[in-house]
Ligand binder design. Structure first.
Ligand code: COA
Length: 158
């Protein structure tokens, strides 16, 4: 990928129920990560509302990165509902990995959350040492839908 590549980030307001997600659904179904099917299914039934958004990164008009900013992450079963918002389903397509595009994606999510006047964002992840690179700190832990325990991270954005 040379400097001539055009990277674009779009904040798709899926909570508005007006976004056509057909192409993203098709892409999510190809992901090498099981969460892709969950993302496709959730976009298909559009269970989002309010300010909730899908954040999509393209490189030369090809889908390269994805995440949601949403009120809660249903993967955690025992979280205080006052803890919000969550970044979920962070994904970089294998063709575009290894270039820190996840940092661009997360920065866009932080910017959007900041525009909504949140002072921090949260996420649940079992990945060790990844989100720490982007300023997240362990904040709590949660029992997941699979009855495992995973850390909840917080990133201050103010
Ligand atoms: C994890 C993922 C988003 C990283 O994508 P990326 O932007 O291409 O990341 P990069 O390869 O550029 O790595 C960025 C940095 O994080 C590190 N890193 C990458 N994946 C990591 C992981 N799974 N665990 C810990 N560190 C990781 C890299 O070594 C690199 O560190 P450095 O810049 O200090 O050398 C991508 O591999 C992916 O989508 N994987 C499948 C889905 C997934 O696991 N999502 C996150 C789960 S919550």
């Amino acid at each position: 990928m040379g400097i001539e590549n055009t990277q674009k980030i779009e904040i798709l307001p899926v909570g508005s129920k007006t976004v056509d997600c057909a192409a993203i659904i098709q892409w999510a179904e190809t992901w090498d990560w099981g969460v892709g099917n969950v993302v496709a299914g959730r976009l298909n039934v559009n269970e989002f509302d309010g300010w909730e958004a899908a954040i999509v990164l393209t490189v030369d008009e090809q889908y390269a990165g994805f995440c949601f900013l949403e009120k809660h992450d249903a993967w955690g079963t025992d979280l205080d509902p006052a803890i919000t918002p969550f970044i979920t389903a962070v994904y970089i397509d294998p063709r575009f990995r290894g270039r820190r595009l996840s940092e661009k994606l997360l920065n866009a999510a932080f910017g959007y959350a900041r525009s909504l006047e949140f002072e921090a964002v949260y996420l649940i992840s079992g990945e060790k040492g990844f989100y720490e690179k982007y300023g997240f700190e362990k904040f709590a832990q949660t029992v997941t839908r699979r009855s495992t325990t995973e850390p909840v991270y917080r990133r201050r954005i103010n």
